[in-house]
Design a protein around this ligand. Structure first.
Ligand code: GUN
Ligand code: FE
Length: 441
């Protein structure tokens, strides 16, 4: 066992922050794991105030981190690892962006060595930014998933990924074959899902690029493997929504197309969810599907603004996502700040002012809840897997100046959200193991 003394942030079951200015986090082997099971994943054994816990763990080495904040590792609810090098590609909205930059770039992932090189960079970058779990797209090439999964396994990460399904309206080089794509998906589920901390996500790219047969096959796999995740995109952009209406003139809505094929259920995560109506939101809620809110992407591509007020009114499950490479940053701080801007926008919808702790929850415990991984990752309550970050609120002169004047937790968190970036991430621990000091203290 090992313990860390610092300021400590976690969340209660209602999503409220629990904060100890002088806290103790005790990490050790999972007492509920059978001997030899668990693969060495260490868990939180205790979390709370230093004074209340200090005598309960005699003999346990305590690392004292004065001035630092320990917080749950961030959970990125939607990202594309093969789009690492697509960041910052300007276009007249989503569909031209896909056609001119994304599809041609993703075609390169037919080369497994190339996919491996990008996967290495991608995982290192996630870690540098404090992201310890991600739900990520591969490309349509099964080897892209093998490249990523094998490397995530070596790092001990809890990562969920899937091979993209796209058998129509897609260029040569990324378009797959219906039957083969479904066989490949099932083989990848069997190879990777539940291996250590890895999970598989059935990944229809979006309704316009998947034939009815492919969507039906994806839904059948989703029914046969209920523990496996589903990830896709919905209602991101007006031109995309119009296209789906043309392809499915009898469908009540874009979201209803996914329902038709059995693709709305618990563990289904849909990126964007901007142009939904109340019936759609009720359907999301009733099926247990979750929204991956991707604010930097939505601002960059000019897609629109996620309606937080309506989402809250309907009890929609949601969490934050970078959506790199439509998104512009791997940094959870940048994503949380963009989510604040998106919430504030009050011309296309009602503007709301999201509390800093609420933004933080959406990128940690809330995102974990959206994945059905509540109590597993995204929090530091006893029993949670010990994925955490050590943050330095003095990392830059302006951040140090502003954070030192914070009168309460919300002001401290907001100083990090507004002024923080990778420089504030001093260390990252995955399953209780320090991944090396990212930046010397
Ligand atoms: N819709 C279909 N594919 C994509 C993608 O790669 N990125 C985004 N943002 N939307 C999509
Ligand atoms: Fe996306």
């Amino acid at each position: 066992m090992r313990a860390y003394r610092a300021a400590l942030l976690r969340f209660d079951d209602e999503g409220r922050p629990v904060y100890d200015a002088d806290g103790l986090l005790v990490v050790g082997p999972d007492p509920s794991a059978a001997a030899g099971a668990g693969g060495g994943v260490r868990v939180v054994r205790a979390a709370g105030s230093w004074s209340a816990l200090k005598d309960r763990f005699p003999g346990v080495a305590v690392e004292h981190l004065p001035g630092r904040l320990i917080a749950p590792g961030f959970v990125d609810l939607h990202i594309h690892f093969p789009q690492t090098d697509v960041i910052g590609s300007p276009a007249e909205g989503l569909l031209p962006w896909l056609e001119h930059y994304t599809f041609p770039h993703e075609a390169r992932f037919a080369d497994a060595d190339y996919a491996g090189e990008v996967a290495d960079f991608f995982l290192a970058e996630l870690q540098r930014q404090g992201v310890t779990t991600a739900l990520t797209f591969g490309t349509s090439h099964p080897a892209s998933v093998d490249a990523l999964m094998s490397r995530a396994q070596a790092r001990g990460l809890r990562l969920i990924a899937g091979k993209v399904l796209q058998d129509r309206h897609s260029p040569d080089g990324v378009r797959d074959d219906t039957e083969q794509s479904l066989a490949d998906t099932e083989a990848l589920i069997q190879r990777w899902h539940g291996q250590g901390r890895l999970g598989y996500a059935i990944t229809p790219r979006f309704a316009p690029t998947c034939s009815d047969a492919q969507m039906r096959g994806a839904g059948e796999l989703a029914a046969r493997y209920p523990e496996v995740w589903i990830q896709s995109h919905v209602a991101e952009n007006h031109d995309e929504v119009r296209w789906v209406a043309e392809l499915y003139p009898d469908a009540r809505s874009y979201l209803a197309v996914y329902e038709r094929f059995g693709l709305l259920r618990e563990r289904a995560v849909y990126a964007h969810c901007i142009h939904l109506d109340d019936t759609d939101r009720a359907l999301m809620r009733a099926t247990g599907a979750a929204a991956a809110v991707s604010p930097t992407s939505n601002l960059f591509l000019g897609s629109g603004f996620y309606d937080y007020a309506e989402a809250h009114r309907h009890g929609l499950r949601h969490g934050l996502a970078s959506d790199v490479g439509g998104g512009t940053s791997f940094s959870p701080f940048h994503t949380m700040l963009a989510a604040y801007y998106v919430g504030r926008e009050g011309h296309s919808k009602a503007g709301v002012s999201l509390a800093p702790s609420q933004l933080w929850w959406q990128h940690t415990a809330g995102a974990a809840q959206a994945l059905g991984l509540e109590g597993v990752v995204g929090n530091l309550q006893p029993g949670c897997e010990a994925d955490f970050v050590v943050l330095d609120p003095q990392a830059t002169p302006l951040l140090a100046r502003r954070s030192s004047q914070a009168a309460n937790l919300e002001e401290l968190l907001f100083s990090l959200i507004v002024l923080g970036d990778d420089r504030a991430v001093q260390a990252v621990h995955v399953a209780g193991a320090a991944q090396g000091l990212v930046r010397p203290a």
